[in-house]
Design a binder for this molecule. Sequence first.
Ligand code: ADP
Length: 161
Amino acid sequence: MTLALYPGTFDPVTNGHLDIANRSASLFDQLIIGIYQSPPKRLLFTIEERVDLMTRAVASLPNVQVRPYTGLTVTFARSLGAQAIVRGLRMSSDFEREFEMALMNKKLAPDLELVCLMASLEFQFLSSTLLKEVAELDTELKEFVPPHVAAALRRKFHTGG
Ligand code: ADP
């Protein structure tokens, strides 16, 4: 059985993330989406909220599970028995950072393979950071996120939830 870990902050999950999750779910027997609890950046959503938003977003994918984690991603991947870590690559922003992390991870866990999927054309410029900036301006979000994520963003920015 092939098992892969798709790790990230997912603050919040976007259609770009879901595109990668969908495509990975058809490549591997099982996919675990790992939500990193406390990255060194300011977050809008709590770990419970990020897990809940992602869980609802992938509810229709039977071989996908969502789990929070702390510590090193490779340690979490090993504890799951994963053979691969999946990441999404956008043309402009991700390559150098992913390459650096991949080399470090390869040192720490030589047996774990990194699988990078190219972001689809329509999601190349979609990031959680940009999404939060436009969400604050009360714009239409349905192109970028599932409806329940758009509702959660509206609550955060416009009703103080
Ligand atoms: P991290 O803080 O680990 O970069 P993110 O939640 O920002 O976490 O992203 C998780 C993963 O999804 C990363 O591999 C990132 O490159 C990828 N990703 C982010 N946005 C997109 C997108 N629009 N299309 C495809 N992959 C994406």
